[in-house]
Write a protein that binds this ligand. Sequence first.
Ligand SMILES: Nc1ncnc2c1ncn2[C@@H]1O[C@H](COP(=O)(O)OP(=O)(O)OP(=O)(O)O)[C@@H](O)[C@H]1O
Ligand code: SF4
Ligand SMILES: [Mg+2]
Length: 322
Amino acid sequence: MSEVLLEVENLRKYFPIRRGLFRRSAGSVRAVDGVSLQVHSGETLGVVGESGCGKSTMGRSILRLIEPTSGKVWFQGQDILKLTKPQMRDLRREMQIVFQDPYASLNPRYTIFQTLSEPMEIHNLYTSGERRQRVHSMLERVGLDPSYASRFPHEFSGGQRQRVGIARALMLHPKLMILDEPVAALDVSVQSQVINLLEDLQEEFNLTYIFVAHNLSVVKHISDRILVMYLGRMAELASPQDLFHEPLHPYTQALFSAVPVPNPRAKRERIILKGDLPSPASPPSGCVFHTRCPIAQELCQQQVPEWREVRSKHYAACHLIV
Ligand SMILES: Nc1ncnc2c1ncn2[C@@H]1O[C@H](COP(=O)(O)OP(=O)(O)OP(=O)(O)O)[C@@H](O)[C@H]1O
Ligand code: SF4
Ligand SMILES: [Mg+2]
């Protein structure tokens, strides 16, 4: 397997809850609660889980767009939580993020040229002629006409705006891209075009992706491995083939039971989880999934299940997987 590009160890992000006149601390939201993983150069790690399970917070904490509460993040062997602000700014050339809503992430007062040349200005790279040339060739590369450089974001469709967002992330040739639901806000007809573009770019630029998504079919299609998260924790991690063929964690089984199967005769029974998603401000004891797990036992309330390799290269945290 290729080299490890990113390694995350026991990453936590707790948001403090402050209440009252004196903004006294009243506990914390455990958005990410002990995530450890490795991402290999050139691979796509898909990340799935219900809304609020900490997918975006994990992505932002890895890039230090928000400061993690604890844990370690190594990028190309470098402990990035120890870097100073200027060192971190330099490293950001290598690690980029693309957000779900391209409209919110593009400055409406900037032309596309300004948006795309800004990263080169910040890092003081290239002459103005070279910048223009690079913007034009990147626009072409993401499927936009170079003459669009003088336009503003509102003049584009959603799909075109996301192409601009992707172009901006690519301007400095990063190694790692965190794609946080990059097609969720787009029309279904446009989604597959943008997914195809991301796949082509990955090959051309040897990019490594962390791909966060709600749409399980998209994640299955694009990922080399998939991480399932629940309430800030890792539930299961495996290749798409193994995960869809034999989901082992009861939460993954429920999540996947809602995915339509191509062959109607092979219809799976849909598992409806009881109760609501607990608040990450007061997660359940033991296994955080025990309040909704259809097969929970007494042990599950008391002991946190260990993260272990339950099949070859197939990991999960559940007491009852044999
Ligand atoms: N800045 C913040 N301050 C306080 N709580 C936050 C903050 N950002 C996120 N949270 C909380 O952290 C938890 C995880 O949120 P996060 O946005 O990471 O989830 P997500 O998996 O990306 O969800 P979605 O699928 O809806 O995008 C949620 O309970 C959320 O309310
Ligand atoms: S540890 Fe227990 S509660 Fe948690 S998923 Fe496994 S069976 Fe369910
Ligand atoms: Mg999110």
